[in-house]
Design a protein around this ligand. Structure first.
Ligand code: ADP
Ligand code: MG
Length: 243
């Protein structure tokens, strides 16, 4: 398997007046093509910051990010725009569909900004919503709306899909359908990084689980070992609260 993403000693420091916040504090990891890496950890651990740096929405204070052999940390803002449009699919907690566009039109938005987009109808069918293409977001459930948002990101034909708590805003009965679509994507070989509190999903679908706390990757392992045999006291404590 080919190493696709390489994070090398990255930090992110936010300056708030006199105070420095070390949101990400010297982390390194790599992701092979087709891997699904799940990042778990308490609120404020730095998970979103890592995802935003991977997605070119934020830049590291120091360290290097390589994707497909290219040094993203050396990109200027124009190159970063291209990176976000052509290489990365991002799915957020709040799906932010355009309310006065249909499901299909929302997905078609992606076609306008990506240089090598997929067919919108085909992608809608992939997330199981081909028949709902003429519905407006308000006519769809939260789970269906999030599946449209996944389709919109997929239609940009990205190399890597990033998910930041994609099911956290959903009613519990809708979580499963969204995770199911993500699982299918993983089965199709998409390279994915998923921040989630869904430990069952992490255990079943992840190739590797990273535990972040205080801006550090405190522990990482393949899921079976990660959950059955946590080493660090902070991970043990975290798992005792969430499992
Ligand atoms: P998580 O996603 O794990 O909850 P975040 O990556 O959002 O954590 O945040 C990590 C830390 O960085 C937190 O202390 C947060 O308050 C801080 N932080 C995140 N973004 C900013 C910002 N734009 N300015 C200042 N501090 C920030
Ligand atoms: Mg977050």
């Amino acid at each position: 398997m080919k190493e696709f993403v390489k994070v090398q000693d990255i930090t992110k420091t936010y300056k708030m007046g006199e105070v420095e916040i070390h949101a990400v504090d010297h982390i390194s990891f790599s992701i092979e093509q087709g891997e699904l890496v799940v990042i778990v950890g308490p609120s404020g651990a730095g998970k979103t910051t890592v995802l935003n740096i991977l997605g070119g929405m934020d830049t590291a204070t120091s360290g290097k990010l390589y994707v497909d052999g290219k040094d993203i940390t050396a990109y200027n803002s124009k190159q970063l725009t291209g990176y976000r449009r052509d290489d990365i699919g991002f799915v957020f907690q709040f799906y932010n569909l355009v309310p006065n566009l249909t499901a299909l039109e929302n997905v078609e938005l992606a076609l306008q900004i990506s240089k090598d987009p997929l067919d919108a109808q085909a992608v809608l069918e992939e997330v199981g919503l081909g028949e709902r293409k003429n519905n407006f977001p308000a006519q769809l459930s939260g789970g269906q709306q999030q599946r449209i948002a996944i389709a919109r990101a997929l239609a940009m034909n990205p190399d890597v899909m990033l998910f930041d708590e994609p099911t956290s805003a959903l009613d519990p009965e809708m979580v499963g359908e969204v995770l199911e679509i993500m699982k299918e994507l993983a089965d199709d070989g998409m390279t994915m990084v998923v921040v989630t509190h869904e430990m069952g999903f992490a255990r079943e679908v992840a190739t590797r689980v990273l535990f972040m706390d205080g801006g550090n990757i405190v522990e990482q392992n393949e899921p079976k070992e990660f959950f059955a045999n946590p080493q660090h006291p902070r991970l043990k404590d975290f798992l005792s609260k969430v499992l």
